[in-house]
Design a protein. Structure first.
Length: 173
């Protein structure tokens, strides 16, 4: 089973479509502390509601980069050696560090941020980065979200990030 590690952008889009009637298996999504803490900045409260539901049902797992761990050393020494960027991209950096040292090799980082995607490509390799469309397609295939939810998520993502829906995910005619 793929470990989907989700960044703030895709999490925010999912929160806009969130339905507390969703039924997901445990450990469907994974978020790092910095991404979860950032959810509190969403004035609508949707991200916090999604995370609360996910943690209550076990569908979303929150992870911490522990002090003294290999992930923490990698984060501090390699990804964030300059203390002047103490908060910039912390969620992305924590996610990449955690994936590199703590997650299974089949974990996928889901982001729309171009610099985060490139950094994950360089640090984790090409098989460990995914678009939100990939995640939502998988959630649809496993009946975690409806086809209508999928279409709404894709529509919002296309508008918010000026993305085109990938041809490789279109259903055959």
């Amino acid at each position: 089973m793929t470990t989907w590690v989700i960044d703030d952008g895709p999490l925010g889009t999912m929160a806009q479509v969130f339905n507390d009637q969703w039924s997901w298996p445990t450990q469907t999504l994974h978020v790092l502390d910095a991404v979860a803490r950032g959810a509190r900045l969403d004035k609508s409260g949707r991200r916090a509601a999604l995370l609360e539901w996910g943690q209550k049902t076990g569908a979303i797992v929150r992870h911490t980069v522990c002090i003294g761990s290999d992930a923490e050393a990698y984060l501090a020494e390699h990804l964030r050696p300059d203390s002047t960027i103490a908060t910039a991209d912390l969620g992305e950096h924590e996610s990449i560090a955690w994936m590199r040292h703590e997650a299974d090799d089949d974990s996928m980082f889901v982001t729309v941020d171009k610099s985060a995607a490139y950094l994950a490509l360089v640090e984790l390799g090409p098989s460990r980065i995914a678009s939100p469309f990939d995640l939502w397609s998988q959630l649809t295939r496993t009946s975690c979200i409806t086809r209508e939810d999928f279409e709404l998520l894709c529509e919002r993502a296309q508008k918010a990030w000026n993305l085109r829906f990938p041809l490789r995910l279109r259903e055959p005619a």
